[in-house]
Write a protein that binds this ligand. Structure first.
Ligand SMILES: Nc1nc2c(c(=O)[nH]1)N[C@H]1C(S)=C(S)[C@@H](COP(=O)(O)OP(=O)(O)OC[C@H]3O[C@@H](n4cnc5c(=O)[nH]c(N)nc54)[C@H](O)[C@@H]3O)O[C@H]1N2
Ligand SMILES: Nc1nc2c(c(=O)[nH]1)N[C@H]1C(S)=C(S)[C@@H](COP(=O)(O)OP(=O)(O)OC[C@H]3O[C@@H](n4cnc5c(=O)[nH]c(N)nc54)[C@H](O)[C@@H]3O)O[C@H]1N2
Ligand code: SF4
Ligand SMILES: [Mo]
Length: 740
């Protein structure tokens, strides 16, 4: 047999060595499941992700991020052992030394500055088990009141509004399967086509069935292309839009009087307020015409079924809480909730953005959505945790405020697990400075992220292909993520890391877990009787379609639709909120005349730590692009695809232009998936919502100028000298953390 045939045979034989792993995408809140096939051809490995047709949510779809997610897992940039910084350089050390060093440092700092001098910062990518354990770790092992997480920047406005209006905060009040039956759908500040692409077919089906879709967004996004009506308002003006629609609903008699009377409070006062408002004034402030607002109200009002959805466009404002309340007012006034194809939804962001906000990694919260300031709740959780209620810390401060405390010297150490705050916090230059002031910083991550670079010690964690656990999707459906791969090198699961440190801190019994399921069984008890009650959910029950919470008993079927008979407040009623017309926190001024809004693009995820390490995703979007209207570009002397400087009162960034007429003239847009000089958060405004402490990510006033001003750089005689800068089209260097 020829050499060639021999070789071919052996390749065929090796190829048969396929390994098929069940997996679940680590990125957004849809949590699409898939099968990942590992094919070994001689020594080379090749991976292919195949969507799971049985998945009841994605129905056999994956988006580009999910299909390529394994790439970051397989890179040689993974951290594979604990790394200690000595003289500015990271060196591998053993786990034993790492744990000893961390516990000794925490103890030393706490003995001088008190227990609250150590802060804990978590994330919405952590499984329910790990989010739960992180809360317990902070309060029982570290004994600090200071714990918060990146969901503060994500779901806090919607969560606080849902709790206040309905008495419960669950992303969607209904399952996605009801969407196709809705007659009118309002999508306010949500770009599902890029951010939750696999749920778009539910909306397409609704449209086929005759639904009227309204999108509210300052940009004509891929989602806006689905719309029958696009209200392209100014950023920060959602309350005006919602109030204008509500005013028309009331004036034209589209409200549901019976529902309002039986199931709500606060409508009469709101009606009086709205009478004083002028539709044309609201329209002028919002940047949307009165006719369009009237049409939106007519369509939503006339529809027998319908949904209102909000996401970060409406919520990430210093008045995000109030914005969401204004949109919930529309739902309540029309009575479209608690019935088939009628409801409200705050489209959850991160993979476990929902579960991550229910079980205690928030400053004021205990598991099961219990409150840390409620005596009964404190007693219940103290009992589960085997501690005295008096030893349970009280509430701490929010995520950005932790950074302020670090900067002021009130926090001396921080433990960050599952977040990259240097890129994702507002006012990033300040945040980096604050973290550098800490005496001791521990970061648990898979990569040398921009934040991990600042750490004194980095602990290597496992990825979504390696770490089993439950996640709660945007519908409130709890699903079990299977993970069969072994973590590389000495990387460990987050829960294992937490247990080791807690045990070394003297809490062996409270952290004696041997599997994720073990932790889940304690979480079930801790959540029992709470708002987010998981008691009836078991790993066994999660083998198929998942279970919607609340699920108080093992025999309970779970709750796909909320508020069928009543709301969750003690009187069973939902609450209207007074009409608000907030001023912009930073109005355009002569030196900062443009409004900057920020958000996402399809190909990258959050601070980009993972997607920038996936070659196929990185190829599709190498650097951030600033969307600018053609007229604005002319006014500011900006050419297409040119580098420019973007400045606000807080800092500046360098970014390339993308001239497009899909954005308003007064607004520019940039994604936030890059770090260092390309981080858009160097300019964003850290002013916080007084109720939920959400920062103003979605609007601040800025100015732009060409990085290389051709007019200015031309000398008088129009001859370019050899040493003068000339414009090039070369990409800026990418902001990867360097490989370890
Ligand atoms: N591809 C991708 N998908 C993701 C993520 C990702 O990073 N990349 N992240 C996940 C996470 S954690 C989250 S939170 C979600 C976020 O999902 P979305 O909230 O849908 O995403 P954003 O792009 O932040 O904002 C949505 C839209 O709000 C618009 N907007 C900006 N300012 C305003 C305003 O003042 N009013 C209104 N009405 N609209 C405004 C923007 O133009 C944008 O199109 O996505 C999840 N999915
Ligand atoms: N300008 C602007 N800024 C924003 C937003 C915006 O719209 N505009 N949106 C905000 C929103 S909604 C969000 S959710 C935040 C998110 O921002 P971040 O919290 O920074 O989110 P990620 O980029 O997911 O960071 C997760 C980090 O943890 C690591 N990681 C991932 N999974 C795990 C895990 O299971 N365990 C451990 N230990 N590590 C893990 C990743 O490698 C990465 O370094 O950004 C916010 N910042
Ligand atoms: S990013 Fe979201 S929509 Fe895309 S595959 Fe992952 S979970 Fe599904
Ligand atoms: Mo988010």
């Amino acid at each position: 047999m020829s050499d060639f045939l021999n070789h071919f045979r052996s390749v065929q034989l090796e190829k048969a060595k396929e390994n098929i792993m069940p997996a679940q995408c680590p990125y957004c809140s849809v949590q699409c499941s898939m099968e990942l096939t590992e094919e070994r051809i001689v020594t080379r490995k090749r991976y292919k992700a195949k969507p799971n047709k049985q998945d009841p949510v994605s129905q056999g779809r994956l988006c580009i991020k999910g299909a390529n997610a394994h790439q970051h897992v397989m890179t040689d940039e993974r951290i594979t052992s604990p790394l200690l910084k000595i003289d500015g350089e990271f060196s591998p050390i053993s786990w034993e030394l790492a744990i000893e060093y961390i516990t000794e440092q925490f103890k030393a700092i706490q003995s001088v500055y008190g227990n609250d001098a150590v802060g804990v910062y978590g994330g919405g990518s952590l499984t329910n088990e790990e989010a739960y354990l992180l809360g317990k770790f902070a309060r029982v092992a570290i004994k600090t009141k200071h714990i918060d997480y990146n969901g503060r920047f994500c779901m806090s406005a919607a969560a606080s509004a849902g709790n206040a209006a309905f008495g419960i905060d669950r992303g969607l009040t209904n399952s996605l399967s009801e969407i196709p039956d809705a007659e009118c759908i309002i999508l306010a500040g949500t770009n599902i086509a890029e951010c939750q692409p696999t749920i778009v077919p539910y909306f397409r089906q609704a449209k086929k069935n005759g639904a009227f879709i309204i999108v509210i967004d300052p940009r004509e996004t891929a989602t806006a292309k689905l719309a029958d009506l696009h209200l392209q308002g100014k950023p920060g003006m959602d309350a005006y839009i919602a109030n204008a629609i509500l005013k028309v609903l009331i004036d034209e008699g589209y409200t549901d009087h019976h529902f309002i009377q039986q199931q709500t409070t606060g409508f009469a006062a709101l009606t009086e307020q709205l009478k004083q408002l002028d539709l044309h004034e609201l329209a002028a402030c919002s940047g949307v015409s009165a006719e369009q607002l009237q049409l939106a109200a007519k369509k939503y009002g006339e529809a027998k079924t319908g949904f209102v959805f909000t996401a970060r466009g409406v919520e990430q404002h210093a008045n995000g809480y109030e914005n969401v309340r204004q949109f919930i007012n529309l739902v309540l006034a029309s009575g479209k909730i608690g019935k088939h194809a009628c409801g409200y939804g705050a489209i959850t962001g991160q993979g476990n953005g929902q579960g991550g906000r229910e079980h205690g990694q928030k400053a004021d919260q205990l598991p099961g959505y219990r409150s840390i300031e409620n005596e009964e709740h404190r007693n219940y959780i103290a009992r589960i945790w085997g501690i005295d209620e008096a030893d349970l810390p009280r509430k701490g401060v929010s995520a950005y405020e932790l950074m302020e405390k670090a900067e002021q010297g009130e926090l001396s150490a921080m433990f960050i697990m599952g977040s990259n705050p240097v890129v994702s916090n507002p006012n990033a230059v300040f945040v980096e400075k604050a973290l550098k002031k800490l005496k001791f910083l521990v970061v648990v991550d898979m990569f040398l992220s921009e934040t991990a670079r600042l750490a004194d010690i980095i602990l290597p964690s496992s990825s979504y292909l390696e770490d089993e656990g439950t996640m709660t999707n945007l519908e409130g459906r709890v699903v079990l993520r299977k993970a069969e791969r072994k973590p590389p090198g000495e990387a460990k699961h987050d829960w294992e890391i937490l247990c080791s440190i807690a045990q070394a801190l003297g809490k062996p019994e409270a952290f004696a877990f041997s599997s994720a399921e073990d932790i889940f069984n304690e979480l079930r008890l801790a959540s029992r009787g709470g708002i987010a009650d998981y008691y009836g959910i078991t790993y066994d029950r999660l083998k198929e379609e998942g279970v919607f919470w609340p699920c108080p008993e093992p025999q309970h079927p779970g709750t796909p639709r909320l508020f069928g008979s009543s709301f969750a407040h003690p009187d069973g009623k939902a609450l209207f909120y007074p009409a608000q017309q907030p001023e912009l926190n930073e109005a355009p001024a002569s030196d900062y005349p443009l409004l900057l809004t920020t958000g996402r693009i399809m190909d990258h995820y959050l601070s980009g730590t993972q997607t920038r390490r996936s070659p196929d995703l990185q190829k599709r979007a190498k650097e951030p692009l600033l969307e600018i209207h053609p007229d604005t570009a002319v006014e500011f002397g900006i050419e297409d695809n040119a580098l420019l400087q973007l400045r606000s009162r807080r800092g500046s960034t360098v970014i390339r232009s993308k001239i497009t007429d899909t954005i308003r003239r007064d607004t520019i847009f940039a994604p936030f998936h890059w770090g260092d000089l390309q981080s858009i958060n160097r300019v964003t405004n850290p002013v916080l919502d007084p109720v939920c402490r959400m920062p103003e990510f979605k609007v601040c006033s800025v100015t732009i100028s060409p990085l290389i001003d051709k007019q200015r750089s031309l000398p008088d005689d129009s001859v370019t000298k050899a040493d003068e800068p000339v414009e090039t089209n070369e990409s800026l260097p990418q902001s990867h953390g360097s490989a370890v």
